[in-house]
Ligand binder design. Structure first.
Ligand SMILES: Nc1nc2c(c(=O)[nH]1)N[C@H]1C(S)=C(S)[C@@H](COP(=O)(O)OP(=O)(O)OC[C@H]3O[C@@H](n4cnc5c(=O)[nH]c(N)nc54)[C@H](O)[C@@H]3O)O[C@H]1N2
Ligand SMILES: Nc1nc2c(c(=O)[nH]1)N[C@H]1C(S)=C(S)[C@@H](COP(=O)(O)OP(=O)(O)OC[C@H]3O[C@@H](n4cnc5c(=O)[nH]c(N)nc54)[C@H](O)[C@@H]3O)O[C@H]1N2
Ligand code: SF4
Ligand SMILES: [Mo]
Length: 699
């Protein structure tokens, strides 16, 4: 915080998405905050979306939780309790359950919105204080397919391997399943500037979104068919003799097999699968082959599928064949989603990971991290289950659960709204012996809990986040928290202490960050050369940023892959991928495709933004084409019923010409959409198929 002319201003970042827009908070009175621009921060140059401008409204909200709450056995209602009572109760229950059923009887569910410090402490808390293997987080539902593909092809997973502004200087940007204009609005200025320079934008989306409105070429595929499009594009690139043979020979392995595998993906076959006309496919390929600097970006539209990883690999194959990754203003990238979607997956809250993007089953990684933690490598548990599989396993079999953990501690996720096949998952939560939720509002998941712990929110605490570019930034505390709330870090420390953890858990964020740096040193996501002061001075620092043996300062790594990839031989890997299609295809009973996603004014499960009064909260809607509306006899605004094999929901029809006539779209910010979604999982990333299932709609 700095005092300028008596006004207390803090330079910090938005509490929401992965752009982590810089903003200035000005204190008004004792605790109120006003959001002002921070023009110098390069990622957003002073621009914010309406969620950012209104972010401070949630702070004084009347539904803000300010006291721990415990469910009263007699009445079944939540009642206020003091912190000691709540933490003692949780610790005793955990000890009882672990005593009777083993360490894995307790599970943790984290979030990609948590700071790096929290994500790191949570992973350490699970492995050291609880000694449970059962920890995972909502990032599994976010960019995990791109993460898995990036690791396989490039040997590393950093969403964007270059700063976002680089795309302005490209010739062509291909957006596959990203609605950037609504999901990270300030980023869309790069598309505008690119076009002002004469560059071209391609959008691939079953809906003509505000992002697609900015496109020079718009392709509208059947949901779940992006992989067939990528295979068809590579087929034509090869047929046109446009493969960059020198690059492929020098910098990659495995192309021959991939080349053979796309030989049968002629344009007519692609059209039959995707619904994209052969001329449009040819136009896409022409744009990609007649321009030097092409950027291919995927987001959730392409990734949240049971073949999400294969789909991303299909697009990476296209990028590699064109010789793009590692060149200036060209390449492949994934647009991460949550505020700390990137950092949240690097420091140990994922079932198979230790800090620094180390793998938990790697003996060298265990040894390194155990040493930093002051425990033995043998004491660290192994790999746990992925997010959906973990939730699906909850609860003892006798109480109708899945036979797995009997207690769940949730930090930073609203599962009841955001999990696929949510009714089933909610039943699993009901079968638990203990559900603890840390949140600042009574989310739908908190409302289910046995114990709710009220935590500090953005602006009331400091911590680092890693944005979609791999830029580590610092959210600075701008004001004091309300009485009665504690930080997630205090909760972790308080529980670790009560559970008799072999090592103490601190709460000083800068000390935790320094420890995280040591734990990550030598790993893929090496943060050891980053300090709070450097972040402040440099508008963020890009990882990897190791400490240098000669004591010099590493500049950080804004751009990757210029000379080599992070694989053992330094070469990128072409991998053969086959288009299998969505797990559920339309049939006579469920003849339509249902897809889900976001609207500009709401964030995720809506727990935060639905409580911000200046943001419109009109409830869910069912977007459908006039032809479909006509067929079922529905008009704009009429309630329509949507059914899938898992559930049903009623919501007003929103009749638009911008969606495919065979597809309906429902935003997932309210309870409902996820009663319908399919829990089919990607075999490698374990990503659920949020973006397509078979549905029926009636008036
Ligand atoms: N306003 C707002 N912004 C956000 C968020 C938010 O909740 N609200 N959340 C943040 C987070 S965590 C994330 S992950 C990002 C997500 O950012 P995006 O990925 O941009 O958001 P989505 O709306 O989930 O999906 C993008 C598009 O995919 C399309 N789509 C659906 N099915 C398919 C398909 O099969 N193929 C293709 N090609 N496209 C398809 C949808 O029509 C949608 O327009 O947004 C971040 N920013
Ligand atoms: N149908 C469908 N479902 C989807 C998606 C989709 O496209 N379609 N997208 C998926 C994606 S990409 C994502 S990222 C998930 C997101 O879905 P969720 O995991 O539910 O994410 P949020 O709504 O951000 O939930 C965060 C919760 O934590 C609280 N919170 C915020 N900050 C903190 C903190 O620092 N500490 C603690 N303890 N709590 C905090 C908030 O108040 C909120 O209740 O949804 C997934 N679900
Ligand atoms: S784009 Fe994302 S980070 Fe920027 S103001 Fe909007 S929600 Fe916040
Ligand atoms: Mo996400």
């Amino acid at each position: 915080m700095t005092e300028t002319g008596g006004e207390r201003v803090t330079r910090t970042h938005c509490p929401y998405c992965s752009l982590q827009c810089g903003m200035t908070l000005q204190k008004q009175g004792r605790t109120a905050l006003e959001v002002l621009p921070w023009a110098e921060f390069p990622v957003n140059e002073g621009g914010l979306c309406r969620k950012g401008w209104t972010a401070a409204e949630l702070r004084g909200h009347r539904e803000r939780l300010t006291s721990p709450m415990i469910r009263d056995r007699a009445t079944g209602e939540l009642r206020a309790a003091d912190w000691d009572e709540a933490l003692d109760l949780i610790a005793t229950k955990i000890q009882d359950l672990q005593g009777a059923h083993g360490a894995d009887a307790v599970a943790i569910f984290g979030g990609g919105g948590l700071t790096n410090e929290k994500a790191y402490q949570l992973g350490k808390f699970a492995r050291v204080a609880l000694r449970t293997s059962q920890i995972d987080y909502n990032g599994r539902w976010c960019m995990s397919s791109a993460a898995s593909a990036g690791n396989q092809a490039f040997g590393i997973d950093r969403g964007l391997p270059f700063p976002l502004a680089d795309i302005e200087q490209a010739d062509v940007v291909v957006l596959v399943g990203s609605n950037m204009a609504e999901t990270m609005p300030p980023a869309a200025r790069h598309l505008d500037r690119l076009r002002e320079r004469g560059g071209k934008v391609v959008a691939v989306d079953p809906r003509k979104t505000p992002t697609a409105d900015r496109a020079d070429l718009f392709l509208q595929p059947v949901p779940g068919t992006d992989l067939a499009l990528a295979l068809g594009a590579l087929h034509l690139i090869d047929a046109a003799g446009a493969v960059d043979e020198d690059y492929v020979a020098a910098r990659t392995t495995g192309f021959d097999k991939v080349r053979r595998s796309v030989a049968s993906w002629w344009p007519e076959r692609v059209e039959r699968v995707t619904g994209i006309h052969t001329d449009e496919l040819r136009q896409l390929v022409e744009l990609m082959t007649t321009n030097e600097k092409v950027v291919i970006l995927t987001a959730r539209g392409a990734e949240q599928h049971s073949q999400g990883t294969a789909t991303v690999l299909g697009w990476i194959n296209v990028a590699l064949a064109l010789g793009l990754p590692g060149k200036d203003n060209a390449g492949y990238g994934c647009l991460t989603g949550q505020g700390n979607g990137q950092g949240g997956r690097e420091h140990g809250q994922k079932a198979d990971q230790l800090p620094g993007y180390r793998m938990i089953d790697d003996p060298a990684a265990r040894e390194h991290v155990a040493k930093v933690w002051g425990v033995t490598p043998e004491s660290l548990p192994g790999k746990g289950k992925s997010a959906y599989e973990l939730l699906e396993s909850l609860g003892s079999a006798e109480s109708g659960g899945g036979g797995g953990p009997r207690a769940l501690l949730v930090f930073g996720s609203n599962i009841v709204v955001s999990a696929p096949r949510a009714t089933h998952i909610t039943a699993r939560l009901e079968s638990l012996d203990l559900l603890v939720v840390c949140d600042m509002v009574m989310s739908e998941t908190a409302a289910f809990a046995d114990v709710v712990l009220p935590v500090t929110q953005w602006a009331e605490e400091s911590g680092t986040m890693t944005n979609l570019e791999g830029r580590v930034i610092l959210r600075e505390q701008a004001t004091t928290p309300p009485a009665g709330v504690r930080s997630d870090l205090d909760v972790i420390a308080g529980l670790a202490d009560r559970l008799g953890s072999p090592v103490p858990f601190g709460t000083d964020v800068e000390e935790i960050f320094a420890e995280l740096g040591r734990a990550s040193a030598g790993g893929k996501a090496d943060y050891s050369g980053i300090t709070y002061d450097r972040i402040r001075a440099e508008h963020g620092v890009f990882w990897p940023c190791p400490t240098q043996p000669d004591g010099t300062i590493h500049p950080g790594t804004p751009r990757m892959f210029a000379d080599s990839f992070a694989t053992p031989d330094g070469k990128a890997r072409f991998l053969v991928v086959e288009h299998v299609g969505a797990a559920e295809q339309p049939d006579a009973t469920f003849p339509l495709h249902l897809t889900t996603g976001r609207v500009l004014a709401q964030y995720q499960s809506g727990a935060q933004t639905r409580r911000v009064k200046s943001l419109p909260d009109d409830g869910p809607f069912v977007e459908l084409h006039p032809m479909l509306a006509n067929r079922i006899g529905a008009h704009d605004g009429d309630p329509v019923m949507v059914r899938t094999r898992r559930g049903e929901m009623k919501a007003p029809a929103k009749v638009v010409t911008t969606i495919r006539p065979d597809t309906v779209f429902i935003p997932f910010h309210w309870v409902g959409a996820n009663r319908l979604t399919n829990d089919a999982l990607d075999p490698s990333s374990r990503m659920p198929e949020f973006k397509v299932c078979a549905a029926e709609v009636t008036a």
